[in-house]
Design a protein around this ligand. Structure first.
Ligand code: NAP
Ligand code: MG
Length: 403
């Protein structure tokens, strides 16, 4: 059998712990036998980040900008305990945070759904994709603990030195808390365009929600920018594709989402998207079935699993115990990236292979072969619980038509 050839390299970002083990297995069993894999490899595992003083993370993000498509393994965000465990030179920032700061953009999270795994919300029959604005708001805020009575003020000085406004935020009589946060029109515009384009490319309706009734300038600006861009650039295209866009208050959106049958994209501001994507992931079944892609304003794509490095399983693995860790989200990060690479380079075989590999993985689960986390959720008679490696090999059997 002739292996599929690639043209442009895919940016490959390796990671930590259990997901690093899964990463290797996916490549060995499911990719390398079929594709002449052309990747530019960046080791974002914690020891390598430490050895390069985290330069490797910056280099990897720059490479995604250069080549357009990357796939990332889950990585440890170090805390004090990790600094001790890995004898780190310093407490490095979250690699995902560093990558997002360089690429900017919107994170789309979608669950991998199967008929045998029933969402907790009975009406959901199709996946719900959350589009999270990955820039600004409380994630870039400046905040204070107010120690004593006093006046908190906010002011703005233009670049040419004029104070354009100054207002009292609150006259404190007691200690309290205070925060300043911001966003930028160009980031909101690219968030809106990323959402409209994603809706068109996946042929799904787009909902956007915020709290414009309370936040008459901040959230209202988000609402207005979305509407302006929709009216001037996307209205016609949406009509032709038979999809719709609408804005609604976040309270109303929450109620509608729960009553819906799914099959749409829910665009959320940064914090709302952070919280709602965890809610949606849990209600669809498992974090291990949640895929994630960061789409930058200048159309670079970074694919990953939504979950972390599955530390608890890794420690068991180190003890020599068998693990049953679900590789679906990591596998779908690879197929998503390979399909996008194929699309950009017009390589039909690569896109077709990504489809077949996903279909094989879904068929394996539908036939009852799954990891422990799914066995607890799947609504079927005969289930075979497999360990981490057995599941990946079973997917290969389905891919090869041997199962
Ligand atoms: P986690 O790795 O997502 O795991 C939390 C729990 O969720 C696991 O203990 C496991 O539950 C279940 N789980 C998650 N993924 C699974 C899978 N593929 N198969 C089966 N079960 C799965 O989160 P965490 O334990 O909070 O974080 C671990 C490390 O990951 C941390 O160092 C954190 O910094 C990092 N992290 C990285 C990213 C990223 O790179 N994008 C995201 C989040 C966290 P049971 O133990 O009950 O089986
Ligand atoms: Mg979250």
């Amino acid at each position: 059998m002739q292996k599929i050839q690639m043209r442009t390299p895919l940016v490959e970002m390796d990671g930590d712990e259990m997901t690093r083990i899964i990463w290797k297995m996916i490549k060995t069993y499911l990719l390398e036998p079929y594709i002449d894999l052309k990747t530019e490899y960046y080791d974002l595992g914690l020891p390598s980040r430490d050895a390069t003083d985290d330069q490797i993370t910056i280099d990897a993000a720059e490479a995604v900008k250069k080549y357009g498509v990357g796939v990332k393994c889950a990585t440890i965000t170090p805390n004090a305990q990790r600094v001790e465990e890995y004898k780190l030179h310093r407490m490095y920032k979250s690699p995902n945070g560093t990558i997002r700061a360089i690429l900017d953009g919107t994170v789309f999270r979608a669950p991998i759904t199967l008929p045998c795994i029933k969402p907790s919300v009975r009406t959901w029959t199709k996946p719900i994709t959350i589009a999270r604005h990955a820039y600004g708001d409380i994630y870039r805020c400046t905040e204070f603990r107010v120690p004593c009575p006093g006046r908190a003020e906010i002011s703005f000085t233009s670049a040419d030195g004029k104070e354009l406004f100054k207002e009292t935020v609150f006259d404190f009589q007691t200690p309290g808390v205070l925060m300043g946060m911001y966003n930028k029109d160009d980031s909101i515009q690219s968030f809106a365009r990323a959402c409209f384009n994603y809706a068109l490319s996946t042929k799904q309706d787009l909902w956007f929600s915020a709290k414009d009734t309370i936040s008459k300038k901040y959230d209202h600006t988000f609402k207005d920018i979305f509407q302006d861009i929709f009216d001037s650039e996307y209205k016609q295209k949406f009509q032709e594709a038979g999809i719709t866009y609408f804005y609604t208050l976040i309270d109303d959106a929450v109620a509608r989402v729960i009553r819906s049958s799914g099959g749409f994209i829910w665009a959320c501001k940064n914090y709302d998207g952070d919280v709602m994507s965890d809610m949606v992931a849990t209600a669809f079944g498992s974090l291990a079935m949640m895929t994630s892609v960061l789409v930058s304003p200048d159309w670079n794509y970074e694919y990953e699993a939504a979950h972390g490095t599955v530390t608890k399983h890794y420690y068991r693995h180190l003890e020599g115990e068998e693990t049953s860790t679900n590789s679906m989200a990591t596998l779908f990060a690879w197929t998503g990236a390979l399909r996008k690479r194929g699309e950009l380079d017009s390589i039909q075989e690569l896109m077709g292979f990504a489809d077949r590999l996903e279909a094989a993985a879904l068929a394996a689960i539908s036939a009852g072969y799954m990891t422990k986390d799914l066995a607890a959720l799947a609504d079927m008679e005969n289930k075979t619980v497999l360990n981490t490696e057995e599941f990946i090999r079973k997917v290969k059997d389905f891919l090869d038509g041997a199962a």
